[in-house]
Write a protein that binds this ligand. Structure first.
Ligand code: NAI
Length: 461
């Protein structure tokens, strides 16, 4: 029996061509293959990946296997898979369970299947925390907690159904799996929030490395990645003329900064909403008008949420929007926009991941990817180069957990600064950056060493 679920395995040849191109833009990952390909520090590691199954992720997977790991993979979002990327990974012999447009039921079934190593999984590579959540919730249910009985959203119902199924099929499986996991590395802001929350509640049983807060992740992927991929998603979805339009970006964190820059670069007139006075001041001083949503909801053309928060664009906002306003989210989960409250309206599917929804006033809105992250749903996510920086951190985190995991107590950790600087350094040559070298007396003068780290821990970049 084939140990994968992909849309079409015949797409593998196309996937391989794109993967070959991606590798030329992923110098960090390629350098790790060079550095560790012989010593294989991940030998014995059985890694479950739950992260958008894109071409860039395929390059990550092939790096993990080149370093000795056994890997099984699922996507962390129902719309983000690139089917040719999944196909090339399946063909290479790595079990992968991911189809663009899979249902929520399939989402959790595929995640469960990615845990089914013959000898059990021992590491998680997570994006948004679903893989970690699945195991920890399941183990709590096995311990007799009544967490599956509480009625919740459609999304949470789907995970509960899958947990119940696994509990019936293999009693004790969650607890056994939780005990075998030596650690998790987490890719994104939302997943990191979940980890700190688990830790505060004393519910985190293993060490977690917060990859998101490596400087070479959040200050690059979240920012420069979204700068390229947000407008890409809107254009592929709608072909709308961006120049001259009024766009509202909700949230001015790392993703918001990249998103506002993306829209401004395309000629849109960008307004920002924020709750944090520091980020609001940053937006204003970057030249964006900072507004409250209620004041612009009737006049703006494009609305993008980037907050990682819930209920940011609500039904009462969407009711006020002008005809053919575009509404989308680039944060991790779809609850930034109250999509559930639109369900009883008239939906017309324009094409995959683009819906036109008629509001009571007769005005229509164009909703992208049903409110799920549109840069991966409507386009192909961030470019390879920036993902190379993110995924080089991921691989270093997995090596750290696998080779030194026992040194860590349960908790959430960030990779040391010298590794952050290493990741950046690996990406300089590809774009012709020449670094100035410190002289010894200069290094002494500013209190660092010639080799770095070049900044104190509290420096914010
Ligand atoms: P962040 O914490 O840097 O920024 C979020 C900002 O939203 C904060 O400044 C916060 O003050 C603001 N905010 C919160 N509630 C708000 C509200 N009701 N109205 C207006 N502003 C509000 O987080 P970051 O790194 O920018 O990530 C944001 C989301 O994007 C997360 O869910 C993250 O996981 C996701 N993400 C998505 C990526 C993608 O490719 N689509 C890439 C990286 C992260």
């Amino acid at each position: 029996m084939t140990d994968y679920v992909v849309k079409d395995i015949a797409l593998a040849a196309y996937g391989r061509k794109e993967l070959d191109i991606a590798e030329t833009e992923m110098p960090g990952l390629m350098a790790l293959r060079e550095e560790y390909g012989t010593s294989k520090p991940l030998a014995g590691a059985r890694i479950v990946g739950s992260l958008h199954m894109t071409i860039q992720t395929a390059a990550l997977i092939e790096t993990l296997t080149a370093l000795g790991a056994d890997v099984r993979w699922a996507s962390c979002n129902i719309f983000s898979t690139q089917d040719h990327a999944a196909a090339v990974i399946a063909e290479s012999g790595v079990p992968v369970f991911a189809v663009k447009g899979q249902s929520l039921t399939e989402h959790w079934d595929y995640l469960d299947r990615s845990f089914q190593f013959a000898d059990g999984a021992n590491l998680i590579l997570d994006d948004g925390g679903d893989a970690t959540l699945y195991i920890l919730l399941g183990a709590r249910a096995e311990a007799g907690e009544d967490i599956l009985a509480v009625p919740t959203s459609e999304e949470e119902e789907a995970i509960k159904v899958q947990i119940k199924k696994r509990m019936e099929e293999s009693p004790g499986w969650f607890t056994k799996t939780r005990e075998a996991i030596v650690g998790v590395s987490e890719e994104t802001t939302t997943g990191v929030h979940r980890l700190y929350d688990l830790f505060r509640k004393d519910l985190l049983p293993f060490p977690a490395i917060n990859v998101n807060d490596s400087v070479t992740k959040s200050k690059f992927d979240n920012k420069y990645g979204c700068k390229e991929s947000l407008v890409d998603g809107i254009r592929r979805a709608t072909d709308v003329m961006m120049a001259g339009k009024v766009a509202v970006v909700c949230g001015y964190g790392d993703v918001g900064k990249g998103s506002a820059a993306s829209l401004a670069g395309a000629g849109a007139r960008v307004k920002v909403t924020e709750v944090d006075p520091i980020c609001a001041l940053q937006a204003a001083m970057d030249g964006f008008e900072v507004v409250v949503l209620e004041d612009v909801v009737e006049t703006a053309d494009i609305f993008i949420t980037t907050t990682g928060n819930k209920d940011v664009i609500r039904i009462e906002h969407m009711r006020e929007m002008k005809d053919m306003a575009i509404v989308g989210n680039i944060g991790h989960f779809d609850n930034e926009i109250q999509v559930a409250n639109l369900k009883n309206h008239k939906w017309t599917s324009v094409k995959e991941q683009v819906d036109m929804i008629e509001m009571p006033s007769g005005n229509r809105i164009l909703l992208l990817s049903e409110g799920r992250l549109l840069n991966l749903g409507n386009a192909t996510g961030h470019p390879s180069f920036v993902m190379s920086a993110s995924f080089t951190n991921q691989v270093l985190a997995q090596i750290e957990l696998w080779t030194k995991g026992e040194d860590y107590k349960p908790g959430v950790y960030i990779l040391p600064k010298h590794l952050d600087e290493k990741v950046a350094r690996l990406h300089l040559e590809r774009i012709g950056v020449k670094l100035t070298e410190l002289k010894k007396d200069q290094a002494d003068y500013i209190g660092v060493t010639v080799e770095g780290p070049f900044k104190p821990e509290h420096y914010r970049y």
